[in-house]
Write a protein that binds this ligand. Structure first.
Ligand SMILES: Cc1cc2nc3c(=O)[nH]c(=O)nc-3n(C[C@H](O)[C@H](O)[C@H](O)COP(=O)(O)OP(=O)(O)OC[C@H]3O[C@@H](n4cnc5c(N)ncnc54)[C@H](O)[C@@H]3O)c2cc1C
Length: 454
């Protein structure tokens, strides 16, 4: 195997870690410890030239390429057995043009770093809820989070990108330049090239009023029935996702609630003042705990990081929903009662509001008519739990299937090729044609892979 990567160190300027080198195990580690891949080498590229050289090197030697931004992908699609990992973590610069409210963000930046830099300018971009996730994978898949209702998906705020293509050339894409490519990378994943820089339109935001309101699992029916009517009618500066979860066994949660299974709504109100809608939400039912507090947005957007460190077992599945009927609620109550570990969860993220004012065919994200993006995730620090959390996740997700739309969000899936078509839905065929134009040989295939159209 060493022979196939010989010369890589000379070909790229960034650090290279090959199989057998000191530090190889740390370098190949992914967020999800359920995935254990052994690449031939990892190249920590420092700029577009390096990325281009790494692609050329791999292609000449027939090495499969994986691209890694934050390494958070559930299915481990940021790595590849016996191939070359092009790691972008050194390309993590964030520059802000305050006057234009534009941010230029390196393709390997972590969400927490981007949010932290933007905060200093009183700005933000809507992203996912865990700070250690990579901007790369999250954005290319779509990007759902606390601010989606008011500010749209992450891709709805993407105005341009620098992309290294399969032939090593570097292109800029936006609404005018390479418009098909720009369309495809907004939801079509890493299928079309390696994005070395994202340009985002930013929103003014400093503080939020945010936190979980937790109810007894026995109240699941009442809470979800109320929520399904309340939230879609609420102002869009209020976000709130359902979390079927266990109360974490530590501060700041009261000891008497530790490890209790609950039905929670995790609220985010932009701005520091309580609005009438949030007041109404907080006065619903008889919560066990109201943890809402004012805080700077970067604190909130990293609040779950410590609970979900890298190196644990994850198995998850995503589905989209355009409604939440009583039959679905019954399944939520039943499966949440069987949470296999205290870290396992179901999150039901709203993707209405600003995200739903974009057409299904305006970007590659094909589910603008969905109101919610659901993820069921079995999570455990213990490898011995792998089978148990997988079985529970599949059973929960399967039970909701009759109420779900045709597919799930690509970023909430494992590496299960039979589910790929559904992720892109009605946009699959157009994506396959664009793939055939930009990557006819399917050089970028370690992703939720779209096969080039014939
Ligand atoms: C704990 C946790 C919480 C999450 N929360 C959310 C959430 O709130 N909202 C949400 O939308 N998603 C969320 N996700 C899902 C997340 O968006 C995906 O796992 C995503 O793939 C992670 O991106 P990454 O860059 O960290 O992953 P990586 O494993 O580095 O990459 C994932 C995929 O993207 C491709 N890719 C990455 N960067 C680039 C690039 N610059 N150019 C081309 N291709 C690239 C890779 O090739 C790979 O196929 C969460 C994931 C985890 C593990």
């Amino acid at each position: 195997m060493a022979a196939t990567t010989e010369g890589l160190t000379a070909a790229v300027r960034g650090r290279v870690v090959e199989r057998g080198d000191a530090g190889y195990d740390e370098a190949r580690a992914l967020y999800n410890a359920m995935i254990d891949k052994h690449p031939a080498a990892i190249a920590y590229c420092v700029d577009e030239g390096d990325v281009s050289a790494a692609i050329g090197f791999a292609r000449e030697r027939g090495l499969r390429i994986a691209v890694r931004s934050g390494g958070h992908n559930g299915g481990g699609l940021g790595s590849v057995d016996d191939g070359l990992v092009i790691d972008l973590s050194q390309m993590n610069t964030v520059t802000v043009d305050e006057a234009a409210r534009l941010a230029r963000v390196g393709g390997g930046t972590l969400l927490k770093d981007m949010i932290g830099v933007l905060h200093q300018s009183g700005l933000t971009v809507p992203v996912g809820v865990i700070g250690t996730t990579g901007v790369g994978g999250l954005t290319l898949g779509g990007g759902v989070g606390h601010l989606t209702r008011g500010m749209g998906l992450t891709i709805d705020n993407l105005v341009a990108a620098t992309v290294v293509l399969a032939d090593g050339s570097v292109v800029q894409c936006d609404a005018e330049r390479e418009p098909d490519l720009f369309w495809a990378i907004r939801g079509g994943g890493g299928n079309f090239g390696i994005v070395t820089q994202f340009s985002f339109r930013c929103h003014p935001l400093t503080d939020v009023l945010a936190g979980p309101v937790m109810y007894s699992l026995d109240d699941t029916h009442d809470v979800l029935q109320w929520y399904r009517d309340f939230l879609p009618a609420a102002p869009e500066d209020l976000g709130g996702f359902i979390s079927m979860m266990s109360v974490p066994p530590g501060p700041p949660f009261p000891e008497e609630l530790h490890l209790r299974k609950v039905c929670a709504i995790v609220w985010t109100q932009t701005g520091g003042e309580e609005t009438p809608a949030l007041r109404e939400a907080r006065s619903f039912g008889a919560p066990l705990l109201d943890g809402i507090a004012p805080m700077p947005f970067p604190v909130w957007n990293t609040a779950f990081d410590a609970m979900f460190p890298p190196g644990e077992q994850w198995y998850w599945r995503g589905e989209f929903f355009d409604s939440l009927p009583d039959g679905a609620i019954e399944q939520h109550a039943a499966h949440a009662a069987e949470l296999p570990t205290w870290k396992s969860l179901m999150h039901f993220y709203p993707c209405d509001g600003a995200a739903s004012r974009v057409g299904n065919d305006e970007t590659a994200w094909a589910y603008r008519d969905a109101k919610w993006s659901q993820v069921v995730a079995g999570v455990s620090p213990d490898a011995a739990d792998a089978a148990r959390i997988t079985t529970w996740t599949k059973a929960y997700s399967d039970a909701l299937k009759p109420y779900a739309m045709a597919g799930g969000y690509s970023n909430f899936e494992m590496d299960e090729p039979s589910r790929v078509h559904g992720m892109y839905g009605s946009n699959y065929d157009r994506l396959a044609r664009i793939k055939a134009h930009y990557d006819p040989e399917n050089v970028f295939q370690v992703n939720q892979n779209i096969k080039p159209a014939a």
